[in-house]
Design a protein around this ligand. Sequence first.
Ligand code: CDP
Ligand code: CDP
Length: 200
Amino acid sequence: MIFTVAIDGPAAAGKGTISRAVAEAFGFAHLDTGALYRAVGVKGGDPVEAARSLTPEDLSRDDLRSLEAGQAASRVAVIPEVRAALLDFQRRFARRDGGAVLDGRDIGTVICPEAEVKLFVTASADVRARRRWLELGGEAAPRALADVLAEVQERDARDMGRTDAPLRAAADAQVIDTSALTSAEAIAQAVALVAKALQR
Ligand code: CDP
Ligand code: CDP
């Protein structure tokens, strides 16, 4: 069965949380496409060369989730040749047999416009910054909440403002605003939408 769930949205909206849960609920494979850009960003050297030669080891580095890796990812993500080098792998993953969930910025618009389900997961910048700050340890975090908010806003602006595959909701995407939802509530909404599409 070919069935793709495309999940896009800004930083810390809850894409990963929803994607993992949907993949588990339906037995689909999951690809966190942000990890590809993060791995290119932290690898160093020529980003185009880095994108063309990504290895499983690059994708399992334990510094990929840092704020710095997120910034580095969004800087290399504006380079069309970097995006082109990562395209085929993502497209093949999306249409693999058995169902796939991909989360990122351009899954429903560029990677898999034919996806059976497209979700645009979003939340206010304040809520998203607070979530990232709590992940970093909250009051014990090495960064102030205001700094994390500035980082999130800078990255959103770069992702939405670039020419190649900017962050935006596909015209036929269903929006889930998680600002006032718990993770469990957001997951339940997404699972219900996927279940409905599978029945068609
Ligand atoms: O993948 P993305 O950056 O969009 O977000 P995430 O890593 O799934 O979620 C960021 C943080 O927000 C995690 O710590 C989640 O537990 C938390 N969270 C959420 O994902 N959804 C909610 N409705 C509430 C909190
Ligand atoms: O988890 P979070 O939403 O903070 O970030 P991510 O999904 O790991 O993505 C990191 C960065 O990679 C984003 O800010 C984008 O610049 C870039 N990215 C992209 O351009 N296209 C994608 N499909 C996924 C990520």
